[in-house]
Ligand binder design. Structure first.
Ligand SMILES: Nc1ncnc2c1ncn2[C@@H]1O[C@H](COP(=O)(O)OP(=O)(O)O)[C@@H](O)[C@H]1O
Ligand SMILES: [Mg+2]
Length: 234
């Protein structure tokens, strides 16, 4: 039987503002299977980043149930959720979020420093292997400011992979890149999904890209709509 790496039931995010309660989404139900590629689309402000942040356990939902790799997230405290992220999750941001004073290699190694049994030489070896995989072997000693946007995003992808996560979340990972570079980064994410069997949950504005994923979910007015892939209607 296919194995769900993420299972959400009645997932709800309401935010209490000074004078009213803002509902971003309500009662979302979603199962994501191991190895799947999922695209989430929706207009700006529809709640895509909020949803991704909750699925990635960076934020907590105000209601509903969420299981990530078998862990019941609502029952965990912040520290325990951080451990879940460390073990299972890689995150790629639109704005790369690299540390400017560290080299590409050091940025990629960084998550491993949080592991209790961190070993420098082994971490360095793994980071170099990943930089090779994303085509940046020669840039290992460069700091982010001398790298192009596409190269910075490749470093961020290598960093997301260093803990061998089960799931990669990417929030508009090509939003700051020119169209040719965006294509290369998309191909890289797909290739890694295929090669490593890592589940890929991708937020994108790009409907063409969304159609290339196995599943396409559209967030509209607080509800998720699943598009049948291969159909014309989006
Ligand atoms: N902590 C918050 N406080 C108030 N409003 C928020 C908060 N987080 C998100 N929002 C609002 O929720 C909506 C969804 O935001 P977001 O998830 O960033 O959308 P998207 O990524 O689809 O553009 C937006 O209107 C945003 O302003
Ligand atoms: Mg967003």
């Amino acid at each position: 039987m296919p194995q769900a790496v993420i299972s959400a039931q009645n997932l709800t995010q309401k935010i209490q503002l000074a004078d009213k309660s803002l509902s971003i989404f309500e009662n979302l139900n979603l199962d994501i299977m191991k190895g799947e590629q999922i695209a989430i689309t929706g207009r700006s402000g529809s709640g895509k980043s909020t949803l991704l942040g909750i699925l990635a356990t960076l934020d907590q939902a105000s209601g509903g149930e969420l299981t990530v790799c078998g862990e019941n997230i609502a029952a965990l405290n912040e520290e325990q959720r951080a451990l879940v992220r460390l073990k299972y999750i890689g995150f790629v941001f639109q704005s790369f979020q690299l540390l400017p004073h560290l080299t590409a290699l050091e940025n990629v190694m960084l998550p491993l420093r949080l592991h209790a049994n961190f070993q420098y030489a082994e971490a360095e070896h793994r980071a170099l292997e990943l930089l090779k995989k994303v085509g940046l072997e020669r840039q290992a000693e460069q700091t982010p400011k001398v790298l192009s946007g596409g190269e910075q995003q490749r470093v961020a992808i290598a960093r997301a992979l260093i803990s061998q996560p089960k799931i990669i979340f990417a929030d508009e990972p090509t939003g700051n890149l020119d169209s040719q570079t965006a294509k290369e980064i998309e191909q890289l994410l797909f290739a890694l999904n295929q090669e490593l069997g890592t589940t890929l949950v991708l937020v994108t504005h790009d409907l063409k890209l969304a159609r290339q994923c196995q599943r396409h979910l559209h967030l509209f007015e607080g509800q998720l709509h699943e598009h049948v892939q291969g159909g014309d209607h989006v």
